[in-house]
Design a protein around this ligand. Structure first.
Ligand SMILES: Cc1cc2nc3c(=O)[nH]c(=O)nc-3n(C[C@H](O)[C@H](O)[C@H](O)COP(=O)(O)OP(=O)(O)OC[C@H]3O[C@@H](n4cnc5c(N)ncnc54)[C@H](O)[C@@H]3O)c2cc1C
Length: 385
């Protein structure tokens, strides 16, 4: 009998497994596509990790396992509205060393996966995926596609936005498409970025330049599907020209390092985080618009909270105990709701074509810029999540 079986070894599931591997719990982790060693090329899937996520990864030993030369500290942030409104943040003014760190998804995933090898209380099943689950009063019995059967006190769904665990446990989810794609690509830039992240709220979407080490940046351009398709069809020179112009040539000419790719942008909310002996974490539990770059930060928050609740339970206590799980649910409810309201609201505010609204949203940015107390509150909130 396992105490905890985690389905999905993405960043959230793997970090949870690592955090729990130091407890007395018996664990299993199931993943159909284990990560391969990263290539030298820069990953076009990157994340802006908050200092809170960094601290969590440090505590579980994953931060040191990554190559420091590939991490991009963000020391400043410049946000521009579509009619000249502007807002700026700096680590220096906020009294912190950095506002965020840009990391490559594949490298974090591989670091976590490698750390999980050889943990005595953890069994990795990979490549494997569950095919059926039986929910009993005192356990969940999972059958995998390799024929093995696992009996566990607690089943954790960390299997992403299309979660099999969520569906099998009957937890209702509401997903809605923003009708946008996130176009991502990496570039070298003519002028140094000095660790500054830029974000432009434009009438054709939201464009972010995120600083990578050296004179490199990664972009995420959240834009209506038709515009995204047009961008993807451009030849590299024309694409670089469009991205540089859309970013007001802030870093001079751009040169493409990795081909552009695109992800559909969706939001997803679930009716509950818990059902009986099943609990959800990460994108299985919530998907938010990437404009604030907070999806994986929110997921690491889930991982950390669930690991804390499970590790602090008494030695004889059942890991699937309803009171324990509800403690996790209560701890996460506010952070998840706050992020959803903020990201969906900002996206609506800047994508709505209502006369006069453009002036209001730009005035809002300019006003926030002139209110140091409010700015400071925003930074503190972003650092802590
Ligand atoms: C364009 C774009 C940009 C983004 N930028 C940022 C950013 O800057 N910062 C940020 O914080 N977030 C960002 N996000 C969000 C971030 O990508 C997600 O929040 C994060 O990857 C969620 O991690 P996860 O481990 O919960 O899920 P996933 O990464 O989806 O991992 C799920 C895992 O489960 C496995 N799996 C799937 N099905 C099964 C199954 N049936 N059985 C077993 N295993 C299964 C998968 O193989 C995978 O390993 C961005 C998203 C997009 C689309």
């Amino acid at each position: 009998m396992y105490d905890v079986v985690i389905v999905g070894a993405g960043l959230v599931g793997a970090s949870l497994a690592r955090a729990l591997s130091r407890s007395d719990l018996e664990l299993a982790l199931i993943e159909p596509a284990p990560p391969s060693p990263p290539l030298d090329d820069w990953d076009s899937r990157i994340y802006a990790l908050s200092p809170a996520s960094q601290a969590f990864l440090e505590r579980i030993g994953a931060w040191e396992a990554m190559d420091g030369a590939r991490l991009g500290p963000v020391r400043g942030m410049k946000i521009a509205g579509d009619l000249g409104g502007a807002l700026g943040f700096s680590a220096y003014d906020s009294g912190v060393e950095r506002l965020a760190t840009i990391v490559e998804s594949g490298r974090v995933q591989h670091a976590l996966w490698t750390l999980l090898a050889g943990q005595g209380n953890l069994r990795r099943h990979a490549p494997a995926r569950p095919v059926s689950a039986q929910f009993q009063p005192d356990a969940v019995v999972l059958t995998l596609d390799d024929g093995s059967a696992l009996r566990t006190r607690l089943l954790v769904g960390a299997d992403g936005a299309r979660s099999w665990v969520r569906e099998t446990a009957g937890i209702a989810a509401k997903d809605s498409s923003f009708g946008q794609l996130g176009v991502v690509a990496n570039f070298s830039c003519e002028r140094p970025h000095h660790g500054t992240a830029f974000q432009w709220f434009r009438d054709d979407g939201i464009l972010a330049y995120l600083p990578l080490p050296g004179n490199r940046i990664s972009i995420v351009w959240s834009t209506p599907e038709a515009n995204a398709r047009e961008l993807l069809a451009l030849d590299p020179v024309a694409f670089c020209g469009r991205v540089a112009a859309a970013g007001s040539n802030a870093l001079g000419a751009l040169e493409l390092l990795t081909r552009a790719a695109a992800f559909p942008l969706e939001s997803l909310s679930t009716a509950a985080l818990i059902a009986g002996r099943v609990v959800l974490v990460g994108d299985a539990a919530h998907v938010v618009h990437p404009l604030a770059g907070q999806g994986v930060n929110l997921g690491f928050g889930d991982s950390e909270a669930l690991a804390a609740v499970l590790s602090a339970r008494g030695p004889l206590r059942d890991a699937g105990d309803a009171l324990l799980l509800h403690r996790y649910g209560r701890r996460r409810a506010e952070a998840i709701l706050a992020m959803r309201v903020a990201t969906t609201g900002l996206n609506r505010l800047f994508s709505a074509q209502i006369p006069g609204l453009a002036r209001v949203r730009n005035a809002g940015l300019a006003l926030t810029e002139r209110l140091p107390v409010l700015k400071n509150l925003l930074v503190r909130h972003a650092l802590a999540n």
